[in-house]
Design a protein around this ligand. Structure first.
Ligand SMILES: Cc1cc2nc3c(=O)[nH]c(=O)nc-3n(C[C@H](O)[C@H](O)[C@H](O)COP(=O)(O)OP(=O)(O)OC[C@H]3O[C@@H](n4cnc5c(N)ncnc54)[C@H](O)[C@@H]3O)c2cc1C
Length: 406
């Protein structure tokens, strides 16, 4: 049977659009379905949040040929400093010690989205937007998708459906894929600020008894701020005026970077962990947040999604080169088994850090500080933490090694 498309990607957020751009050179017939309207100028995730991109993610973007478009808005992270307010423990990671130009980069999600859209528009891949994948039916040799576009329903067929429809994935739910879900009871309050002293490309993770505070170096000597607060306090904190909010941040962070001068607009994200127990079903593959939604404590969610992209591209490009069907079970199983350990480990590590960094019990606080100090004194441990932060573990796919698929 001749299908309308080889691959349909449902969800044109960061993960879905990156996959489309990465697969463009294969010549596969593709469409991206995105629910948000073009007038909105961006899908919901292309907002003001600062995304920390690991060194490994830069390699993936280089492999896709996208890094040149992202580099102008990406600020290098040369050092990472982790400490606890008012306590003795701290540790640091240094790009020089790891012999890399930067441990990672910080780019506003809005600018990342812009760079992706510019490349995507040049590929000629069909963009069904605003359109919503309403339902689908899987058959032996393909999948039929019901697409709802401004009240008009149409049906299209494909060999493979990629679910890149985010943490609340309806595709995942419709398939009955079970998830592990944990509501942290915390909300991330996101903004940016200008400190009095230069940030010197250092990223800070400050542990406080109310939850972690991350400051990520950005252009124009700004820091991207992710302040994690108990959800019960979040409305009150969101309603503070700028000067009181700056005072709160200053109190939690201290004066290492001088007095905080200005703060930008603020937005809030309730935090939960969602991990899908399966990442493929017949003719469907889950990608990005649809497969795993993580706490932003170590800035790994999209980085993990990019490694999904790298592996999925490897298996699909290989199948297409051999003249095989990219939606075949064997191909999708190869993706699932290759991604399993990285997805599981990253969810475990991030979840562990989120709980550890938010635990006010004094025995945990003391252990945490001894751990930080030990990590700082032992280069072997520091190196392992740095490799984890740089996303260099499980980097086997061509794109993960910075190589193009052509
Ligand atoms: C506060 C915060 C800070 C973060 N910081 C970092 C960081 O520093 N580093 C990092 O790596 N990650 C970070 N993340 C995580 C990162 O933002 C996400 O991992 C990433 O945005 C997920 O992209 P996605 O494309 O998988 O999902 P989404 O961004 O959720 O995109 C899903 C898309 O699917 C569309 N959609 C949904 N349903 C349908 C449907 N039925 N039909 C058609 N379209 C549909 C939606 O409109 C949306 O555009 C952070 C997250 C938060 C909340």
């Amino acid at each position: 049977m001749k299908h309308d498309y080889d691959i349909v990607i449902a969800g044109g957020g960061l993960a879905g659009l990156t996959l489309a751009c990465a697969l463009a050179p294969t010549g596969a017939r593709m469409a991206v379905i995105e629910a948000s309207p073009p007038q909105a100028d961006r899908p919901p995730s292309f907002d003001d949040r600062a995304i920390a991109l690991a060194h490994g993610s830069r390699l993936i973007f280089e492999g896709i040929g996208l890094w040149d478009g992202i580099a102008p808005c990406a600020t290098p992270i040369r050092k990472i400093h982790i400490s606890e307010r008012g306590k003795f423990g701290f540790t640091h990671l240094d790009a020089t010690e790891e012999q890399v130009p930067a441990l990672g980069y910080v780019a506003p999600a809005r600018d990342l989205g812009r760079a992706l859209m510019a490349r995507f528009d040049a590929t000629g891949i069909a963009h069904l937007r605003p359109a919503r994948l309403a339902d689908f039916n899987t058959e032996e040799d393909g999948i039929t998708l019901s697409v709802d576009s401004s009240g008009n329903a149409c049906k299209i067929t494909a060999k493979l459906l990629v679910a890149a429809d985010g943490g609340q994935s309806q595709i995942r739910d419709r398939l009955g894929i079970k998830v592990r879900r944990w509501d942290y009871g915390h909300t991330a309050n996101v903004s940016n600020l200008v400190p009095a002293k230069p940030h010197n490309n250092i990223a800070y993770e400050r542990i406080t008894s109310d939850g972690p505070l991350a400051l990520l170096p950005m252009t124009d000597n700004r820091f991207g701020v992710v302040l994690t607060v108990p959800t019960a306090q979040h409305e009150e904190i969101l309603s503070l005026d700028d000067s009181d909010f700056l005072g709160l941040l200053q109190e939690r962070f201290g004066y290492r970077c001088g007095r905080f001068q200005r703060v930008g607009s603020r937005s809030a994200y309730p935090l939960s962990l969602i991990t899908a127990k399966e990442s493929v079903r017949q003719r469907v593959a889950l990608l990005g947040n649809a497969a795993h939604t993580l706490h932003p404590v170590s800035g790994q969610g999209f980085n993990l999604g990019l490694r999904d992209v790298a592996v999925l591209v490897d298996v699909i490009a290989g199948a297409l080169k051999r003249g095989e069907d990219p939606g075949e079970e064997r191909i999708l199983q190869a993706y699932a088994s290759e991604r399993q350990s990285d997805q599981r480990n990253m969810a475990m590590v991030t979840d562990g850090l989120a709980r550890l960094f938010s635990n006010p019990l004094s025995v945990i606080t003391t252990g945490r500080n001894i751990g930080l100090l030990a990590a700082d004194l032992l280069p072997g441990i520091r190196h392992q933490i740095a490799r984890h932060a740089m996303g260099l573990k499980d980097a086997h796919a061509r794109l993960s090694r910075g190589l193009s698929i052509e």
